[in-house]
Design a protein around this ligand. Structure first.
Ligand code: PLP
Length: 435
């Protein structure tokens, strides 16, 4: 067995120079990192350069993350935790190394509280299946907000249907913030769970997580945070938040698709039954019954997405390299620019004017259906999203069937927003005159 630390370090050396190259001194310049994202230089639609403004749906991946996946498959592909051979040891070390990176990323106290999932949706369903279904009953209440993504609504509708628990909602005010007075009124001893979106994928609103969690705690409720839109752009600290669970997706923070994380307090996860049964999650199995593996394996049945977890670890490294405060500051600045420029177009209405907001900017253009607009700007090489954004109840609250959404991230440029504005102005003319 080779236990020489130098040879181990060589085997685990980061595969890509791009991941570790220092950033230039001085104020953050997005141009300095765009070279890390080869896809940003592709041409689309008859040679148009790409302006990728659909980051709330998924972010682009720097070369270092693609290399981390490639390196795993080319250098140490093996199943984890099972075999004793060299490759299995290497794969397990990288996989568990990624878990430790995620623990530090969330400032979680214990690596046993980091469960790899397929993404935010699966993390929430895990809590719904393994905790709520077994602990809630008729008369209990689940408190959500009116601005939830379907991922943090439909699982609770299913729980409510099967347990008799009742769903309650914190309303959204006209400026896109939560009605906190209504929140206080809806809290009661019957509230067993508060599950809320940290940052709205439609309104960009950053919800007051600490205040919401303190309110829930005052009535003894458990708390789940949907961090799908906040993990990519700000420092999260699960100990300071004091939530019971927090879920996010790798693909929205430069990581691969199909991997995500459910953080849970160890004592809460310990008290829960497994979600899925199968290999990896057991300790002892007889024909009649089984006992469970220790955390976090109890919740990781079957072969995990090994390369995905390693890629997520590389994404965490990349985010740290840029600095989460830098990412947050730049995204806020670019979102403000986007709102300012869009507001200057006659007939444009912006949804969500919260004082604290992220890079997702939803809007409508008078006289142009969102789907038509998305198709029109796509001809100019600009990628935005149109539709209900997986938040149909919020669309109803806003009084629209669909919206257009431009969502920016740390590699976007003001000139891409200028291109969007120009294209919208042309679209307005086109749909007015049909030319
Ligand atoms: N929650 C929010 C706020 C989201 O924006 C999304 C995805 O858009 C999700 C949950 C679901 O994430 P995933 O599809 O990666 O599970």
């Amino acid at each position: 067995m080779n236990n020489d630390p130098a040879s181990k370090a060589a085997a685990l050396a980061p595969p890509c120079v791009a991941a570790t190259a220092p950033l230039p001194e001085g104020p953050f310049d997005p141009r300095a990192i765009r070279k890390d994202f080869p896809i940003l230089n592709v041409t689309v639609r008859d040679g148009k350069s790409l302006a990728y403004l659909d980051n709330a749906a998924t972010t682009q991946k720097p070369a270092s993350i693609v290399c981390a996946l490639c390196d795993y498959y080319q250098a140490c592909n093996a199943n984890v935790h099972r075999s004793l051979h060299y490759l299995a040891e290497q794969a397990t070390e990288r996989f568990e190394g990624a878990r430790e990176k995620v623990r530090a990323f969330l400032h979680a106290p214990d690596v046993r509280g980091i469960v790899f999932t397929r993404g935010t949706t699966e993390g929430i369903n895990l809590v719904a299946g393994a905790w709520a279904r077994r602990n809630l009953k008729a008369g209990d209440e689940i408190l959500l907000t009116e601005m939830e993504h379907h991922s943090n609504l439909v699982p609770w509708q299913l729980v409510a249907r099967d347990t008799g628990a009742k769903l309650k909602f914190i309303p959204v005010l006209d400026d896109g913030t939560l009605d906190m007075a209504a929140f206080e009124r809806r809290l009661s001893k019957k509230t067993r769970l508060l599950a809320f979106v940290h940052i709205s994928n439609v309104l960009g609103t950053v919800n007051p997580a600490r205040r919401l969690i303190e309110g829930a705690r005052s009535v003894g409720a458990r708390v789940l945070v949907d961090a799908a839109q906040s993990a990519p752009n700000r420092k999260l600290d699960v100990q300071a938040l004091d939530c019971d669970w927090l879920a996010f997706s790798g693909h929205k923070m430069m990581g691969p698709t199909g991997i995500g994380v459910l953080y849970g307090k160890v004592e809460v996860l310990e008290a829960m039954d497994p979600f899925l049964g199968g290999g990896e999650m057991i300790n002892r199995v007889t024909l009649e019954e089984s006992t469970w593996a220790d955390l976090p394996q109890k919740f990781e049945a079957g072969t995990p997405h090994v390369s995905g977890a390693i890629g997520l670890g590389a994404a965490v490294d990349y985010l740290h390299r840029l600095g989460l405060d830098t990412i947050q500051r730049y995204e806020e600045q670019l979102a403000a620019y986007t709102i300012r420029r869009l507001s200057g177009i006659p007939g444009v209405r912006i949804f969500g004017r919260a004082p604290e907001r992220s890079g997702a900017v939803s809007f409508e253009v008078e006289g142009v259906h969102p789907h038509d607009l998305a198709q029109y700007v796509d001809r100019d090489g600009i990628a935005i999203r149109a539709g209900h954004m997986c938040a149909q109840p919020l669309m109803r609250r806003l009084g629209v069937p669909a919206v257009s959404r431009a969502s920016v991230y740390v590699y976007n440029l003001e000139e891409e927003i200028d291109r969007l504005v120009e294209s919208i102005l042309k679209a307005k003319e086109f749909f007015r005159h049909g030319t």
